[in-house]
Write a protein that binds this ligand. Structure first.
Ligand code: HEC
Length: 141
């Protein structure tokens, strides 16, 4: 009997050691610097803004650079005021805040999510952080 109990106890210890710790709770009012930037640096910036540029990944399902979106910073850089025809000047680097609503849509898109396959999808936790952040209107720095 005691050996059974010892075996059960050992199993419990193994199970506890194997189960990864649960993700931290999703903040209701996430900020860029604390909550969102680490997610973007890990999953997005290699295409969206690393080295100050938009970068192609030839092994990706979208093997060309993104049209805009420099997610290593919060605010727009350069002249981002559209001209009379509504065209944004080419020196405009849209920061993460300006594309927050689009980010929320793209990370939750089942057909072609961001980051594009074969990159792994963002976790549910990380998608909720970006969603809550985008919903703040304006998203907090
Ligand atoms: C492998 C490179 C790559 C990675 C990594 C990547 N993207 Fe993209 N992203 C692209 C490309 C390419 C496009 C253009 C999509 C198209 O042609 O439809 C794009 C477009 C976008 C757009 C639309 C931009 C616009 O101006 O309309 C958003 C928003 C976006 N990505 C968010 C993200 C987020 C958030 C992540 C990380 C969670 C991410 N992307 C990771 C390559 C990437």
């Amino acid at each position: 009997m005691s050996s059974v109990r010892a075996a059960v106890a050992a199993l419990v210890v193994v199970a506890a050691a194997c189960s990864s710790s649960p993700p931290p709770p999703v903040p209701e009012m996430p900020t860029f610097s604390v909550d969102v930037e680490p997610i973007l640096l890990k999953n997005c910036v290699r295409c969206h803004g690393a080295g100050g540029t938009l970068n192609a990944d030839p092994s990706s399902s979208l093997p060309y650079p993104p049209p805009n979106g420099y997610f290593d910073h919060y605010a727009d850089q350069g002249n981002c005021t559209p001209d009379d025809a509504g065209v944004i000047p080419t020196d405009c680097k849209l920061g993460a805040a300006s594309l927050a609503p689009a980010m929320k849509v793209y990370v939750n898109c089942d057909d072609l999510p961001m980051p594009p396959p074969p990159a792994a999808r963002l976790s549910t936790h990380d998608r909720q952080v970006i969603g809550n952040w985008a919903d703040e209107m304006p998203p907090l720095p």
